[in-house]
Design a protein around this ligand. Structure first.
Ligand SMILES: [Zn+2]
Length: 252
């Protein structure tokens, strides 16, 4: 069970960046809400710590909770009956886990698992569904995030099929770094291989190429991005395409 801290209903001293208990809000969906809606939903939120490898839900599970990711990194995986899995989405502070609830669905089609130790504001799934009727801005922001996730899933599916491991690794490192706002990623090659749905030996070779080119430093237990523009050049087109589409929608 995730360790939780109850978020109180008392008015926030800083209505923009903290909740009622002084916890810093980094989640971009919560930060974009008008104050009136924030005050409505704050009493229903609970800040929880999510350990690395903690599974939030499996395919077919009822979505008892929704999570507004506040720090850290959460992966969305497609899982097969033989146990194999591949990552199809990445969620950080910009996002939310529980997208089917926004459309009125109660179960999940995917696995959500913490990749880098995270904190999230958790809300009961049924409570969220009920609140959406009273909070049109929240509903709109979650619909927009659902669309961004659909775009990301589509692009990653194409990427996994069409692009080389070293390009995909560069794309994946950039996406992860964006979501945790850090160039230092505490992720092992074993884990990266699982996420990319490829052999660990292929990731070792690809990481070696990026290291040799001076783009990353990889050591036991982690990867450091050294040359970000260089890594963007080394990534497949998918990273730039997703960035461009996201910006276009956000500017619209
Ligand atoms: Zn790609």
């Amino acid at each position: 069970m995730a360790k939780s801290v109850r978020v109180s209903a008392k008015p926030s001293p800083n209505p923009v960046h903290t909740d009622g208990d002084g916890n810093h809000i980094h989640n971009l969906i919560l930060l974009r809400l008008p104050l009136q809606e924030r005050e409505l939903i704050s009493p229903k939120l609970e800040l929880v710590r999510l350990k690395t490898h903690q599974v939030l839900h499996e395919p077919g599970d009822t979505l008892k909770s929704a999570y507004f990711c506040n720090t850290g990194l959460i992966s969305i995986l497609s899982v097969f009956p033989d146990g194999k899995s591949v990552e199809v989405g990445l969620i950080g502070k910009e996002g939310f886990v529980g997208v089917p609830l926004v459309a009125g669905f109660r179960t999940s089609a995917t696995r959500a698992v913490t990749q880098i130790e995270a904190t999230a504001f958790r809300m009961d799934g049924e409570t969220l569904v009920a609140l959406l009727r009273q909070c049109p801005h929240l509903e709109r922001l979650l619909q927009q995030f659902s669309q961004l996730m659909a775009m990301q899933v589509t692009q990653i599916a194409a990427c996994n099929r069409l692009h080389e491991v070293n390009e995909r690794l560069a794309r994946w490192l950039l996406m992860s770094a964006d979501r945790v706002a850090s160039n230092s990623l505490p992720l092992t090659q074993e884990l990266i291989a699982q996420m990319l749905g490829t052999r660990r030996s292929s990731v070792t070779v690809a990481a070696g190429m990026l290291h040799k080119a001076g783009l990353i430093d990889h050591r036991r237990g982690g990867v450091e991005i050294i040359d970000r523009p260089g890594l963007e050049d080394a990534a497949c087109d998918c990273y730039a395409l997703m960035q461009r589409q996201t910006k276009q929608w956000q500017d619209a």
